[in-house]
Design a protein around this ligand. Structure first.
Ligand SMILES: Nc1ncnc2c1ncn2[C@@H]1O[C@H](COP(=O)(O)OP(=O)(O)OP(=O)(O)O)[C@@H](O)[C@H]1O
Length: 285
């Protein structure tokens, strides 16, 4: 869907490049995550891909065409949901949606979509009276208005309670099942882990890793097995190396003879990998 080669970008006021020669592709039908510490260049990259920023160096291809040569029709193809919801607060949700709908040729079934996101009952409420979570969901409705081939989502679940975050994630999964492609940034690693087929880690304008969450976990994971068993009314813990587990007599003896409570492989989380790759802890706003 997208092919990005040697992309560099400098904001006119800055001396240094913000994006420093990155390469990646986004395959049709995949959910591609873009992760990195604050200020790494995630939003900048996203803005370049959606043609809000130009004058970049390098080459970007969208659906087989040079992005530079694609005209306004590009916006018929994509849906964008950025972190800061932008709506007319004095208009109702439906009035807002009907306004934005007019910008596009293709239209989705707004009633269905708003119902799925739990907003239909409040469609005639002014957006100024919406909660933050409602505005975020309304943003998603806007992004989906034109039945886009590709969605750009910047922190889509930030500010949503767990049940609304689940609704949104389920909708993203359904969108993918129906053939959609997604570019997503988030600081919520469990969401990224759940949704993304592949992720890229960007640090200071450079990509440090690109792979599936599973492969990254294998690469950065500890190959250990933790066994907890009970003995004399106490829980005891032993950690084994997973590589020679088949022939480890102590492990085999343990599971034959003891009352096992739990067995877990030492899985690394995406959050651990983020810290290892970027050298920065996750900040939560
Ligand atoms: N309009 C601008 N003019 C000059 N510099 C900018 C502008 N917008 C962003 N920058 C700088 O570019 C760098 C990358 O910013 P960007 O917003 O892409 O980071 P990010 O990875 O999306 O961060 P966050 O996770 O906080 O959203 C930062 O150093 C930022 O200060």
């Amino acid at each position: 869907m997208f092919k990005v080669e040697n992309l560099s970008f400098r904001y006119p006021k800055n001396e240094e490049n913000t994006i420093k020669g990155i390469n990646f592709d986004i395959k049709k039908g995949e959910i591609f995550g873009f992760l990195g510490p604050s200020g790494a260049g995630k939003s900048t990259t996203q803005k370049i891909l959606i043609k809000l920023l130009d004058h970049y160096e390098g080459f970007i291809q969208y659906d087989g065409r040079n992005l530079v040569e694609i005209d306004h029709d590009f916006y018929e193809d994509i849906g964008v949901s950025f972190e800061m919801p932008i709506h007319f607060s004095k208009l109702t949700a439906l009035e807002n949606i009907n306004f934005f709908k007019k910008l596009y040729k293709n239209h989705t079934d707004v009633e269905q979509l708003m119902k799925k996101l739990g907003l239909w009952a409040d469609r005639n409420k002014k957006v100024g009276e919406y909660s933050k979570g409602m505005k975020i969901r309304l943003n998603f409705v806007r992004a989906m208005l034109n039945q886009p081939k590709m969605l750009f989502l910047d922190e889509p679940t930030n500010g949503l309670d767990p049940s609304n975050a689940k609704i949104l994630k389920d909708m993203i999964k359904i969108y993918q099942k129906e053939g959609g492609t997604v570019f997503i940034t988030s600081h919520i690693m469990s969401d990224i882990d759940e949704l993304c087929d592949r992720v890229a880690f960007i640090v200071d304008g450079q990509i440090k890793e690109i792979d599936s969450p599973r492969n990254l976990k294998i690469k950065y994971g500890q190959r250990t097995l933790k066994v907890e068993y009970s003995e004399e009314n106490q829980t005891k813990t032993v950690i084994f190396n997973l590589d020679d587990i088949k022939t480890n007599e102590e492990f085999i003896k343990l599971i034959r003879e003891k009352n096992i409570e739990t067995i877990h492989t030492g899985e690394t989380t995406l959050e651990d990998i983020f810290i290892k790759v970027t050298g920065v802890g996750l900040h939560h706003d």
